[in-house]
Design a protein around this ligand. Structure first.
Ligand code: TRP
Length: 337
């Protein structure tokens, strides 16, 4: 049998999961499990690079893991980054093969530095934030991943990972690391239903995202109040709000309803209430399944946590092997005490 290619991805533990996260990333993780060997991390070391609360971090990690399991990610594919401390060890080694200038030019570093200043009103920017993409390179290369599913915003970081791998390979005089490739898949862009000109996101406030685990009433209410026409749509084209509702319907797998409503739209006979009803039904159906699964998982939290620890330990073996080889190659000590 042909060896499956390995996919690596990771996500930061930041509170609730909304339909933008789900349709834009998590659903793709779930689907990729069919054809690839998948390794998915919850990256708590990364979460420390911006101002954060120590008390909340661990709680957010578990919450995210329960959410990922409830949405269909397999437990054996999941690990917690801080249970695999080799990531940080490899990160240090990679720091020495990374151009400081290139790090300062990273778009995300510039954006997040700005965010941090605005949020805290203080000039403190952690060196961890500058180093963030090097730790990300370690996440990817430590598992010798073939593919990384990325959105546009992470392309620059993946390019840096390839630069680091290349410089490392040059240093040690062999093609030790495979250069990871981006894996592009079509994912819908989900906008805020309250303001379709912006992305669905938590940072903009409660009405700008729909929680994947929200109850039926809340979802129906949010969809009902979705903006359909802001009055700035050119004649003959679809408004951003209506397009977003269609896109949610399609992402939910309701192709038949989508086609029928699109026909109405083209015949100039679309009633927004019908479109909203269709979207609300679809989202409620998904969230009901997820909420039930989450409740089952939460009924036995201890077992689930043990499973995650065990899968982290299993995944860690790959990381330990890589770091051992890397230390040999770069001239560091490898002694088992
Ligand atoms: N930087 C990614 C994000 O903000 C999260 C991440 C950390 C990641 N390490 C990774 C993504 C490794 C892919 C691969 O979404």
């Amino acid at each position: 049998m042909e060896q499956k290619k390995r996919v690596l991805s990771a996500i930061q533990p930041t509170g609730e999961m909304h339909f933008g996260n789900y349709f834009g990333a998590v659903k793709n993780w779930v689907d990729l499990q069919q054809d690839y060997e998948c390794v998915y991390g919850v990256v708590d070391y990364h979460a420390m690079t911006m101002p954060y609360q120590s008390k909340k971090l661990r709680e957010n990690v578990w919450e995210l893991l329960f959410n990922l399991l409830a949405t269909g990610v397999k437990v054996e594919n999941l690990f917690i980054q801080s249970l695999v401390p080799e990531h940080t060890e490899l990160c240090w080694i990679f720091n020495c093969f990374t151009s400081y200038g290139q790090l300062t030019r990273m778009t995300q570093f510039k954006d997040k530095s700005q965010d941090s200043r605005e949020k805290t009103g203080d000039d403190f920017i952690s060196a961890g934030l500058l180093d963030y993409p090097v730790l990300q390179a370690a996440d990817i290369l430590i598992y010798k991943a073939d593919f990384v599913p990325v959105g546009k915003d992470q392309e620059q970081h993946l390019e840096l990972s390839r630069n680091i791998a290349q410089r490392f390979n040059n240093q040690v005089g062999k093609e030790y690391f495979v250069l990871p490739k981006s894996l592009y898949t079509e994912v819908p862009k989900v906008q805020s239903t309250a303001d379709p000109s912006r992305k669905m996101s938590k940072s903009a406030g409660e009405k700008h995202y729909i929680n994947v685990f929200a109850d039926e009433n809340r979802i129906r209410k949010q969809v009902r109040s979705a903006v359909t026409d802001a009055g700035d749509t050119p004649e003959g084209s679809m408004s951003a709000g209506v397009a977003n509702l269609f896109s949610l319907l399609k992402a939910s797998g309701k192709q038949a309803a989508y086609d029928a409503l699109m026909q109405d739209y083209e015949a100039n006979a679309l009633k927004y209430v019908d479109l909203k009803q269709g979207v609300a039904d679809a989202l409620v159906e998904i969230s009901t399944t997820f909420r039930n699964r989450k409740a089952e998982l939460q009924a036995d939290k201890k077992t689930v946590k043990e499973q995650i620890k065990a899968s982290s330990a299993e995944i860690r073996k790959i990381a330990q092997e890589t770091v051992k080889e890397v230390k040999d190659l770069v001239g560091l000590m490898n002694v088992r005490f």
